[in-house]
Design a protein around this ligand. Structure first.
Ligand SMILES: *Cc1c(COP(=O)(O)O)cnc(C)c1O
Length: 359
């Protein structure tokens, strides 16, 4: 089978070596004679997987024992609610920056629980930029933001300055470059964009922030429950955690600084071509462009039918997953950690061919 250049927005590309090892574990895990799919999550072999996965997260972000790394379920979509439940303090007025569809959903869940306020938004321009100069009221229970906007292709390139606790949905750019994670009280991320298969959600939480909520929290939504049982309060998604652990090993081995440099190079290659090529225009404000999701449209004045022509050319070149989200249209190249530079180069080739044939 020809190699596919996988630009899927999520679930998305993972390191090839991980697939080899993961498939072996399905057949025979660690020479136990059992598949990882049929053994107890309380077995010594699986407990070691959970412990290692959690430790790798802390190692990669240089976090100490004042943080927990938990592998839970429910996706980032449950994280919208869980983050609110766990981080709410007496004021019950957390602050939200809404920079896209996911950020809006997080804000909506917080409003179930509190008088959450929107302190910054880019809804006025279809979320094509990151708001700046917003003010976070002092006494806000926390500030929540979405570091990378998977759908609209914008990204915060710095951590917001604030003296209230920081909470972040990092689903689509976790581990994409170096980060001072100790600035955060809570980070959560669905695994399926940059860390592993769908089915588990990572919570990185400061131990100090656990058990301080002003709300009564249902058992399964309380981070205290999961921290006390080391992500094993109930049966964890064993395979998703195992594969995430393999990806985390790869991230640690590669190093965040190398990963960050590779991601910057891939993004520069793509955006330089979008800016050079008269057939296309980027959708996001230049300074806020995402390293992970590059969104672009046919340039103004070009015939709409060319959209399909470009998708057809991509298909011929084994480029997959390039169609834009319906709320932006056009094209989206997701460039997660495991996507090689060669795939970006292949896409740029097709963009050039498209220009010379149809421009
Ligand atoms: C994909 C995505 C989500 C939704 O994640 P689920 O795990 O499907 O609930 C939330 N936030 C961001 C930033 C995403 O990219």
């Amino acid at each position: 089978m020809a190699k596919v250049h996988n630009f899927s927005a999520g679930p998305s590309i993972l390191p090839q070596e991980v697939f080899q090892e993961a498939s072996q574990a399905v057949l025979d895990f660690n020479g136990t004679g059992l598949s990882i799919l049929e053994m107890s999550h309380r077995s010594k072999d699986f407990v070691a997987v959970m412990d290692e996965a959690s430790q790798l997260v802390k190692d990669i972000y240089s976090l100490g024992d004042d943080y927990e790394a938990l592998f839970l379920q429910g996706g980032a979509s449950l994280g919208f609610l869980m983050s609110g439940y766990n981080m709410m303090r007496d004021n019950k007025r957390p602050a939200y920056i809404t920079t896209g569809a996911w950020a809006k959903k997080a804000f909506k869940e917080a409003k179930w629980l509190s008088g959450a306020v929107e302190v910054g938004s880019s809804a006025d321009q279809n979320f094509n930029y990151i708001p700046k100069g917003y003010a976070v009221p002092s006494g806000s229970d926390y500030l929540h933001y979405t570091s990378n906007n998977t759908i609209f292709g914008t990204q915060f390139h710095g951590v917001p300055e604030t003296d209230v606790p920081l909470v972040c949905d990092m689903s689509s750019d976790i581990f994409c470059r170096e980060l001072d994670a100790s600035k955060f009280d809570l980070i959560y991320a669905g695994a399926q964009k940059n860390m592993g298969p769908a089915g588990t959600t990572l919570y990185i939480v400061k131990k100090d922030a656990i058990g301080k909520s002003s709300l009564d929290i249902p058992t399964m939504l309380d981070l205290k429950t999961h921290a006390a049982s080391e992500s094993m309060f109930n049966t964890p998604p064993v395979f998703a955690v195992y594969v995430s652990m393999l990806v985390l090993r790869w991230i640690k081995k590669t190093g965040l600084s190398t990963i960050g440099a590779n991601n910057q190079k891939k993004a520069d290659t793509l955006y330089n071509e979008i800016d050079r090529n008269a057939m296309f225009k980027g959708t996001a404000a230049k300074e806020d462009r995402s390293l992970m999701n590059g969104c672009f449209l046919l340039n103004d004045g070009l015939d709409e039918s060319l959209n399909q022509r470009f998708l057809d050319l991509c298909k011929e070149a084994n480029i997959s997953g390039i169609k834009g989200h319906r709320s932006v249209g056009g094209f989206r190249a997701s460039m997660y950690n495991a996507l090689p530079q060669q795939s970006i180069d292949a896409l740029v080739e097709v963009m050039k061919t498209f220009e010379s044939k149809l421009g």
